[in-house]
Each structure stands twice: as structure tokens, then as C-alpha cells.
Ligand binder design. Structure first.
Ligand code: FES
Ligand code: FES
Length: 164
């Protein structure tokens, strides 16, 4: 029997009725059209489907949609501010941190959660936080560099805002 799901995705409230066994990734992609969230292994082992749930990185193929009830989800579509990319997105571009891009939304959403908790992570801390994010083409060094770079950009942005 379907159950009611009330949650916020990328700043907008949604009210849906879903089967109890529906996965979060299914609702995001198939019901709401947020197809930037990728579905790959479907078994919790690649992290391509990572989104933020109340600021924490979660694998959306590994949790039920109803576990997001009353919570806030952020997907890659909610990162940019209009035409202006989020500093993490821009840092991925500037550091050549993707090629095909299939894993990239998951990588960026994990980086967003990490930098929300730790504004200035070391290479090792980034490596630990990104453990399990599989990328078949880019190489993990560039991704690590991009996240370090993004941390610097976000800190500079904060300092600028404070100075206003
Ligand atoms: S699709 Fe979710 S971890 Fe691979
Ligand atoms: S950029 Fe192709 S899988 Fe990561």
C-alpha cells in the first residue's frame, strides 16, 4: 500500500505517494526527473547515485524514499545558482576532474557534504571521504585536487561575504 512522502528537493517541497519499497533514486529520477543522479551498480558499491540528505552524503540506491520523509535532499541540479556554477562544480572543471562525467554528480555531492563538515580537509581526509566513489576514466588525483581547490574557493567566498 502506498504511503505519503513529504520532502524537500533542491529547495522545493514535494508531496508524493510511494510504495514502501521504492528507493530514493527511483523517486528522484523517475518521478521527479532529477536525472543528474546516476543509477549504476544499484547495490551500494559505486557511489554514482550519491545525493545529500540533510547535508550528509547518502547513496540514493541504498535507502528507501520514505527514509527521506520530512528531510531535505540536494541533488546536482540544486548546486548551481542560476547560470553560475557552484564553486565545487567550477573546481571540477578547472582541475580536469572528469571525462565521461558519469560518476561526477556523485563525486560532487560527496564533496559538498564533506566540505560542509570540514572546510579545509587534507588530501587524506578527502581520500577517506571519497572512498568507494568509482571513476573509470579520470584518475583520483585530479578529483582530490579539485576538492582541495573547491575548499579554497569556498573559504575565499565566505571571507568576501563577511567583509561586505
Ligand atoms: S548506483 Fe548506488 S552505489 Fe552504485
Ligand atoms: S569521469 Fe567517467 S567514470 Fe568518472
Amino acid at each position: 500500500m502506498k504511503k505519503e512522502l513529504n520532502f524537500v528537493v533542491n529547495g522545493e517541497s514535494y508531496n508524493l505517494w510511494v510504495e514502501p519499497n521504492t528507493l530514493l533514486v527511483q523517486v528522484l529520477r523517475d518521478e521527479l526527473g532529477f536525472r543528474g543522479t546516476k543509477r549504476s551498480c544499484d547495490s551500494g558499491s559505486c557511489c554514482a547515485c550519491t545525493v545529500n540528505l540533510d547535508g550528509k552524503a547518502v547513496k540514493s540506491c541504498s535507502i528507501l524514499a520514505l527514509q527521506a520523509n520530512g528531510k531535505e535532499v540536494l541533488t546536482i541540479e540544486g548546486m548551481a545558482n542560476g547560470a553560475e556554477l557552484h564553486p565545487i562544480q567550477q573546481a571540477f572543471i578547472d582541475n580536469w576532474a572528469f571525462q565521461c562525467g558519469f560518476c561526477t554528480s556523485g563525486q560532487i555531492m560527496a564533496a559538498k557534504a564533506l566540505l560542509g563538515e570540514n572546510a579545509n580537509p587534507t588530501r587524506e581526509e578527502i581520500q577517506m571521504a571519497m572512498d568507494g566513489h568509482l571513476c573509470r576514466c579520470t584518475g583520483y588525483n585530479m578529483i582530490n585536487e579539485a576538492i582541495r581547490d573547491a575548499a579554497g574557493r569556498l573559504q575565499a567566498q565566505k571571507a568576501q561575504e563577511k567583509a561586505k
